[in-house]
Ligand binder design. Structure first.
Ligand code: C2E
Ligand code: CA
Ligand code: CA
Ligand code: CA
Length: 280
């Protein structure tokens, strides 16, 4: 009983304290990494499924950690989200990707029509200055806004507030395109698709995974493709790893795809060599 009493009135919880300290340290580390330019952007090809020709790339952030090596976004994006650091980090990714697109465009005729997809997190989307920042980066880098695709998640659209609709409309007015990422994972009502000015649906990797083995996954993937067609949206399948998945998606009528079968995300130079080889 004595022990319980002591617990109840404990003002100092060492475990909680350690947790708070760790979070503060991690936050400071991400801030330092931004200042020291330790982040980099990898690019994964997006291809036209029938021909496997490159039609664009998705920008995916990485952290070149001085001690832990190259880190994927799953190790730091959640922290960046919860601390708000995703706003400056996301702005940095956007600028990098646009600058890279401008270099490709200047160097390779084949880059004239490619698109660069950039992920926007919910926190970034809700950040007040977002639209002005996107407009500013487009103007500074001189890229054609039609070559930029902003990927947003379904859960963001499910919030369906006036300000969501307003922000989407203002982004569209800049000339960029909008894609719904991880489509099909949000259990949402589909009615928002009619209201929101989106252009592209990305079929989540979890459906592509089971497309040749699980009937339910194939049915869902097919439903997304047909929905896309009915609403005149493009469909992009993500996470294509096998030739069977590739051909199944084609037979379902999916236009575009990305995945390890075609290429893993890599440095900008890997895309440059594809663009250099391409005949135009
Ligand atoms: P995502 O947007 O769904 O990106 C696709 C993820 O699938 C990437 O993981 C990519 O490397 C991986 N992938 C691509 N093809 C295949 C495949 O064939 N098989 C498998 N198993 N995986 C494949 P990555 O780069 O680790 O990124 C993870 C997530 O981190 C992204 O998921 C995205 O939600 C987030 N993320 C990445 N970069 C950014 C960014 O700049 N800003 C924000 N807000 N989020 C980002
Ligand atoms: Ca994405
Ligand atoms: Ca995705
Ligand atoms: Ca996904």
């Amino acid at each position: 009983a004595k022990g319980a009493g002591r617990d109840r009135f404990a003002l100092f919880d060492p475990a909680m304290y350690a947790g708070i300290m760790r979070e503060a340290e991690e936050r400071a580390e991400v801030e330092r990494a931004l200042a020291r330019d330790e982040f980099l952007v990898h690019y994964q090809p997006i291809v036209d499924l029938p021909t496997s020709r490159l039609i664009g790339v998705e920008a995916l952030v990485r952290w070149e950690h001085p001690v832990r090596g190259l880190l994927g976004p799953n190790t730091f994006i959640p922290l960046a989200e919860s601390t708000g650091l995703i706003v400056p980090l996301g702005r940095w990714v956007l600028r990098q990707a646009c600058e890279q697109l401008a270099r490709w465009r200047d160097e390779f005729p084949a880059a004239a029509g490619i698109r660069v997809n950039i992920n926007l997190s919910a926190r970034q989307f809700q950040h007040e200055g977002l639209v002005e920042e996107v407009a500013g980066i487009l103007a500074e880098t001189g890229v054609d806004p039609r070559q930029i695709v902003l990927e947003i998640t379904e859960s963001l659209l499910m919030q369906d507030t006036d300000s969501t609709i307003e922000t989407l409309g203002r982004l569209k007015a800049l000339g960029v395109r909008l894609a719904i990422d991880d489509f099909g994972t949000g259990y949402s009502s589909l009615s928002y698709l009619k209201r929101f000015p989106v252009d592209i649906l990305k079929i989540d990797r979890s459906f592509v995974d089971g497309i040749t083995t699980e009937r339910g996954d194939a049915t869902l993937a097919e439903a997304v493709v047909q929905l896309g067609r009915a609403l005149q949206l493009q469909t992009v399948a993500e996470g294509i790893e096998t030739a069977e998945q590739w051909s199944t998606l084609q037979s379902l009528g999916c236009e575009f795809g990305q995945g390890y079968l075609f290429a893993r995300p890599g440095a900008a130079e890997a895309i440059s060599s594809i663009l250099g080889d391409a005949r135009v």
